[in-house]
Design a protein around this ligand. Structure first.
Ligand code: RAM
Length: 903
């Protein structure tokens, strides 16, 4: 149906429905966050959710009032609009470092107004480098070669009663701050990872409750981290600099309105303490004997500490933090204490996770507890660390012989399920070991469950792959000496990621680094932040993250700003490919290709599914151009729509000319080649059905197995479904032998593996040089599980689930499947269940959205909703039907459909 007709249909429907009853407003967000500190956009956007018991609730108008303290700053007046997500501030310019409070009320389509919502708050950031009164400081002593973490401290007096205090902190390295003996905030691994030489984040904390009138002290520990620790390979360190600099500014307002700043300057003192060694890959050594008891309290005697030096490191690169910081999440107790065949004591936490183990211990002074980390045990049951390559991944704690205490690292983390413990004083009691997962504090948003337990485990593994690898940047292997922001993996997984967790701000932040590190000629690096050098750029399917990720975020969150902000980056990348092409054909440069596709090692009978890399490049060239056109349309850039529309035709024509035989066969006839050609509409329409049939034949030739790698896999099942082969997609998904999604599940995986056969059927491992057991790329199938099996999707012309598409695809022998998604509008859910020839479909549509619900039914089926015949159900409107589906239009509400005689 044409878009205009569809929307018109809905307007009529909603105005006739007219909601009554109480609507309430909840979940107020500013820039997609709950009461954020450190907002630095000129027009922050506000979102709210309408909740109502009745069906078909739609917002007709809104009003926002915004204050700073008791002062009114902005009243929007009543604005006739259905927009309830990302509504931009439109008052006078906001002041820096100021706390604002806002409330909203809305009118529904029946003209009924809600009470004002409870207030939400946000605080603006410092606005320019000049707002920083603080100076960068570095230690006043010569560092040892192992570079123990640096301690900085300062005692200061606050003469009056404190009303508010806000701390702004960043460092060259990783920092943890304390005030008067208490930790500042609950974020870890701050300031996070960005392209530091262009963008260095600072964090903002409300520290009012940590300060007292009179004497105070602040202490900050700075570790090596991404800034100057070992990163990438070949002993590379000091990627961004060699200093352990610190920058702190605390703005204090007293109750009488006067103010005072505490700033880093040459009066701070420096020393070292218990953290004798800290490296991301290699681990941390904490010698508790070197602890400086009370060093973040005012009474501490620091006369033997060194002075600090000030430094003129740039403040122009400072930016506030836009994404959710890394925090502690789930904890795990050992499920088993093992003695391995070679005599080691190993604890099994039952889940491959990323974080560390908190160890409770008491022993003699000098006792040393050594904890090593591994993802898997080998075929004999021994602790296996070869796949960590040179990463030592070891936490060492040296005891001081005093009271029992809990120890943990600060600036190093591990990817592990098992730990090997050496030197623990006394019996190993599992209660004394707690593994904790650390990852970006993204909200969990999606669930997928079904009647097939192996698929549920797959979903679990996908989500844990995301938890483990969304640690401030989207990484790959979180266990070995790598942990880099590989762009190919990120683009492949981005849509699935947006179902499982709220990743809007996570990607918005990282995409700024994509832009920052993109070369002047438009080439996008293989990893972001780029620590591999400018030549490691422009691989097809990797670099395209700059078009794919913004578009996926736009679809998932309806957030146009991400398109605005990334548009020139998208355009530059398309420009790069254009410049590389001859006669619109791109056949130059290095490409990873369809990374880790099926390539049998022991049975090399010519079956390896090698796809021509330039064929792939041409497909992604077209895809990125298409996404640029899509973005241009959304942003009203009509000239670009025309220009790139013409380019796209030429790119596709060149593809057909070069890679398609006159009989409709691709010259590189792999699954990935057909998948990409079909997914990106590279083939003339008339040849698509037969290409899809060839794809299916190819799958059958591999005895119903996939052979795709990182680039083909995400689209494989979608292409099959689009061309009427959902049954084959189910066959692939449910395949239990290698290569398949369920093979690792059957092998006991608790996360997604980097390779289809990380561990072989005989329990031996793939080559240790590249064998991560926690890698999200192949988890991209999650998107098909949500959107096709459960049938929960958004329309492109109502992105962010403003206009929802529900279309379940029962099949694969499943008897039920359901997905839920927390959107900015509220919960969307879609679930189905079969019973004989009866199918029930349960759908939830949040207030202020509309849905097209496709019910799998034939013309002979009878359908009821909440026990009422569909034709008599006034809350819904039957719009269209064909042999496969009856489509109904729905407003908000919960719907229970029963379809008898479904197919
Ligand atoms: C390896 C990893 C990573 C991939 C690159 C090309 O380091 O598998 O995920 O993107 O290679």
């Amino acid at each position: 149906m044409k878009k205009d007709l569809l929307i018109a249909g809905w307007c009529i429907l909603l105005s006739t429905w007219g909601a009554t009853g109480q609507v309430t407003l909840q979940h107020l967000l500013t820039e997609n966050l709950v009461n954020p500190l450190g907002i630095n956009v000129a027009a922050p956007r506000f979102s709210w959710q309408l909740t109502a018991a009745q069906r078909n609730v739609q917002q007709a108008a809104w009003e926002i009032k915004l204050t700073a303290g008791k002062t009114a700053v902005w009243n929007s007046g009543k604005v006739n609009s259905a927009q309830s997500v990302q509504v931009p501030y439109a008052g006078n310019p906001l002041q820096p470092a100021t706390k604002y409070s806002w409330q909203v009320r809305v009118w529904d389509t029946a003209g009924k107004v809600t009470p004002w919502s409870a207030p939400a708050t946000f605080q603006t950031a410092l606005s320019s480098p000049a707002d920083w009164k603080a100076q960068w400081i570095i230690p006043g002593f010569t560092e040892e070669s192992d570079r123990p973490a640096v301690l900085y401290r300062k005692t200061f007096t606050l003469p009056k009663k404190i009303r508010t205090a806000t701390a702004y902190i960043t460092a060259h390295g990783l920092y943890e701050a304390q005030i008067n003996g208490q930790r500042v905030g609950d974020a870890y691994l701050t300031p996070g990872w960005t392209s530091y030489n262009k963008r260095l984040q600072y964090q903002v904390y409300d520290v009012t409750s940590l300060l007292v009138t009179g004497a105070n002290a602040m202490g900050v520990t700075v570790g090596n981290g991404w800034y100057r620790g070992y990163l990438a390979w070949g002993g590379n360190k000091n990627s961004y600099g060699s200093d352990a600099g610190l920058l702190v500014q605390i703005a204090i307002t007293f109750t009488d309105g006067s103010t005072q700043n505490l700033i880093t300057d040459g009066t701070w003192k420096s020393s070292t303490g218990p953290i004798r060694y800290d490296e991301i890959y290699h681990g941390e050594t904490v010698d508790t004997r070197a602890e400086k008891s009370g060093w973040t309290n005012a009474g501490f005697n620091d006369t033997d500490w060194s002075q600090t030096q000030t430094s003129d490191f740039s403040k122009d690169v400072l930016v506030t933090t836009y994404n959710e910081p890394v925090k502690k999440h789930e904890t795990f107790k050992p499920i088993k204490v093992l003695t391995t065949p070679n005599g080691k004591t190993v604890l099994d936490f039952g889940q491959n996770l990323v974080g560390w183990v908190m160890v409770k211990a008491k022993g003699n002074s000098g006792d040393s507890i050594v904890i090593k980390h591994a993802e898997v045990l080998d075929k004999y049951g021994n602790f296996y660390t070869e796949n960590l390559r040179v990463a030592k991944a070891t936490a060492t704690y040296i005891l001081d012989g005093k009271e029992e205490r809990t120890l943990e690292p600060h600036f190093s983390w591990f990817g592990f399920r098992y730990i090997q413990v050496e030197g623990y004083p006394g019996e190993i009691n599992p209660d004394n070991f707690t593994a904790v997962a650390l990852y970006s504090d993204m909200q969990p948003t999606g669930t997928f469950t079904c009647s097939q337990p192996l698929l549920n485990q797959l979903q679990h593994n996908i989500q844990w792959g995301q938890r483990g690898n969304f640690l401030d940047v989207p990484t790959d292997c979180p266990q070995r000496d790598e942990r880099l922001g590989w762009t190919g993996d990120a683009q492949a997984f981005s849509r699935t990621a947006s179902f499982n967790f709220g990743v809007n701000n996570f990607f918005a932040k990282w995409l700024h680094d994509v832009t920052a590190d993109q070369r002047a000629d438009g080439a996008v690096p293989h990893v972001i932040p780029n620590v591999l050098g400018p030549n490691s750029s422009a691989s097809t399917g990797w670099a395209d993250v700059c078009t794919i990720a913004p578009w996926n975020m736009y679809l998932a969150y309806g957030d146009k700003r991400i398109l605005e902000e990334q548009y020139s980056s998208m355009k530059a990348w398309v420009g790069y490919m254009q410049a590389q092409s001859k006669n619109d054909l791109w056949q130059t440069g290095f490409h990873f290709g369809d990374w880790l596709f099926y390539r049998p090692f022991d049975d090399n009978d010519g079956k390896a599914a090698v796809t021509d890399k330039y064929l792939i490049a041409q497909c992604f060239y077209a895809h990125s151009t298409q996404l640029l056109i899509n973005a241009a349309k959304q942003l009203g850039k009509t000239e670009d729509v025309t220009t790139y529309g013409e380019l796209l035709q030429k790119v596709k024509a060149a593809f057909v000319n070069e890679y398609l035989t006159p009989n409709g066969r691709l010259v590189s006839p792999t699954q990935t080649a057909y998948v990409l050609a079909l997914q990106f509409d590279m083939l003339p329409e008339a040849l698509r059905a037969q290409a899809a049939a060839r794809l299916v034949q190819n799958i059958k030739d591999y005895r119903n197995h996939l052979t795709t790698g990182f680039l083909g896999t995400p689209y494989l099942c979608h292409v099959l479904s689009r061309f009427g082969y959902t049954d084959m997609a189910y066959t692939l998904l449910l395949q239990e032998t290698y290569p398949s999604w369920l093979y690792p599940v059957k092998m006991g995986a608790t996360t997604i593996w980097e390779r289809w056969d990380g561990q072989k059927p005989d329990s031996t491992f793939q080559t240790p040089g590249m064998n991560s057991f926690n890698h999200y790329a192949y988890g991209a199938i999650g998107d098909w599980m949500y959107r096709v099996i459960a049938g929960l999707d958004t329309y492109e012309d109502g992105p962010g689930y403003k206009h929802i598409k529900i279309q379940p695809h029962p099949g694969g022998g499943l008897t039920n499947a359901a997905a839920t998604l927390q959107t900015y509008y509220g919960t969307v859910s879609s679930g189905w269940s079969t019973n004989g020839n009866e199918l029930t479909v349960d759908v939830e549509v949040p207030a202020n959205t509309t849905a097209a619900i496709y019910l799998p039914a034939s013309p002979e089926s009878t359908i009821t909703e909440s026990g009422i015949a569909l034709s008599a159900q006034k809350d819904l409107q039957v719009a269209t039907s064909d042999d496969q589906y009856v489509m109904v239009k729905a407003g908000s509400g919960k719907y229970h459909f029963v379809i008898s005689g479904a197919h």
